[in-house]
Design a protein. Structure first.
Ligand SMILES: NC(=O)C1=CN([C@@H]2O[C@H](COP(=O)(O)OP(=O)(O)OC[C@H]3O[C@@H](n4cnc5c(N)ncnc54)[C@H](O)[C@@H]3O)[C@@H](O)[C@H]2O)C=CC1
Ligand SMILES: O=C(O)C(=O)[C@H](O)COP(=O)(O)O
Length: 379
């Protein structure tokens, strides 16, 4: 059995070799000759999986170690009776921690406190709901927009996007990319929305580049719109607009989801799905794969809760992950062919907040840190 895996999929060799012969290949594009004779294909978001890629191959199962699936023609796979699995939620925590880092940096730079702001979350799935839970832990007001969930009768409240545009200080987008249909998200942020957005707001896109009309955003920023902008994803990738990169406050190379835990969950989720598909189910506990983090324990003296000190919180968050480490390298190499993908391929190890154990003095602080996603212990 031959299993092709994207070369940027940590732990794929270790895991998939339990099921067959593994060959690691570049994902953008996958070499056609490698596909011939392959039984299964494990990709990431950079590979377009469709009839053009797979017709005439013997591939019977496709896994994508990603949350988004817009690069996969699922209807075509189903029509060909090719098995498919994504990795829903695998990197949601990483995206949440990216958003927090970005917001804390802007707050410090511009002299505001997160707790005084209202955050509008557009798309309240794996990322958005975790984001909301952490904001709630900090007492930050959120407004949620998720029309598909509202239509399903899920508990909200969910609001129309227009209300978030009018009332939220921070708008953060976490929807799938839908190019058509009733919940189309392509260019959800367009010239009209940008014009309606009052000045001094924050806009974050960490879902898919096409959810924001990049040309309209650049025109708005060039036209004097006062908007702090954080973009992890671009239209198009990898050839992002250099003027837009210069105009945004924080810009990164589609790495919001790139914690080691997030990538490892992605690989294990598709491995487990493929093993079930083959009728040989395996379960892989994440802790059996992950290395010890560089910094694993700190002591926090005093209470974080008595008067919530966002400066201390920022320092704790940034002991684990500070988004500026990803903004600077993109600005250095953007525009040089191949460099966007290289930043992603040779990504410096990044861990999630849960990898940091914080020893603290009081129960309320420990409870808050735990709700935020750190590991907290009373000393
Ligand atoms: N930058 C990165 O590294 C990453 C990007 N992503 C992207 O973020 C997206 C969201 O991730 P998850 O939360 O894990 O996905 P998810 O599928 O769990 O949640 C998406 C939510 O968006 C909602 N939604 C759909 N259409 C909408 C619309 N028109 N308006 C508002 N809400 C809408 C859905 O009902 C769902 O609740 C993924 O589809 C993926 O494209 C995900 C992980 C990492
Ligand atoms: O999971 C998703 O969806 C993402 O956007 C991934 O974080 C993107 O990573 P790659 O698949 O492009 O390595």
């Amino acid at each position: 059995m031959k299993i092709l895996v994207d070369e940027n999929m940590p732990y794929a060799q270790t895991l998939f070799s339990r099921l067959g012969d593994v060959q690691a290949v570049p994902g953008r594009p996958i070499p056609r000759e490698a596909l011939l004779g392959a039984d299964a294909l494990m990709v990431r978001s950079v590979t377009k999986v469709n009839a053009d890629l797979l017709t005439g191959t013997g591939v019977k199962f496709v896994g994508t170690a990603t949350a988004g699936t817009d690069h996969v023609d699922e209807a075509w796979l189903a029509a060909q009776d090719i098995g498919f699995s994504a990795a829903p939620g695998c990197n949601a925590i990483a995206v949440v921690e990216y958003v927090f880092s970005a917001l804390m940096i802007l707050a410090q730079r511009d002299g505001w406190q997160l707790r005084d702001k209202t955050v509008g979350i557009v798309g309240v799935g794996n990322v958005g709901s975790r984001l909301q839970a952490r904001f709630e832990a900090l007492g930050v007001k959120t407004l949620l927009c998720d029309p598909p969930r509202a239509a399903r009768g899920d508990a909200g409240p969910f609001w129309p996007l227009e209300k978030l545009v009018a009332e939220a200080d921070i708008l953060t987008f976490h929807t799938p990319l839908y190019k058509d249909g009733p919940y189309r998200t392509q260019h959800l942020v367009d010239a009209e929305l940008l014009a309606a957005l009052p000045d001094n707001r924050v806009l974050i896109n960490a879902c898919r580049g096409e959810v924001v009309d990049n040309a309209a955003l650049l025109a708005a920023l060039n036209g004097g719109k006062v908007l702090s902008t954080v973009l992890d994803v671009w239209e198009p990738e990898p050839d992002l607009s250099l003027p837009l990169l210069r105009a945004v406050d924080i810009g990164t190379a589609h790495i919001a989801g790139y914690s080691l835990e997030g990538k490892a969950r992605g690989t294990t989720q598709v491995f487990e799905a493929y093993s079930r598909f083959l009728g040989q189910p395996h379960a892989v506990p994440l802790e059996t794969l992950l290395p010890v983090p560089d910094v694993s324990e700190v002591t926090l003296n005093g209470s974080l809760v008595a008067h919530l000190d966002e400066g201390t919180l920022l320092r704790l968050m940034h002991l684990v992950y500070d988004v500026r480490r990803d903004d600077a390298p993109l600005r250095r190499v953007a525009g040089i062919p191949g460099e966007f993908d290289k930043l992603r391929k040779f990504y410096q190890e990044r861990r999630e907040w849960s990898s940091l154990c914080i020893q603290c003095d009081d129960e309320a602080t420990a409870a808050l840190l735990t709700r935020l996603g750190f590991t907290a212990r009373l000393r």
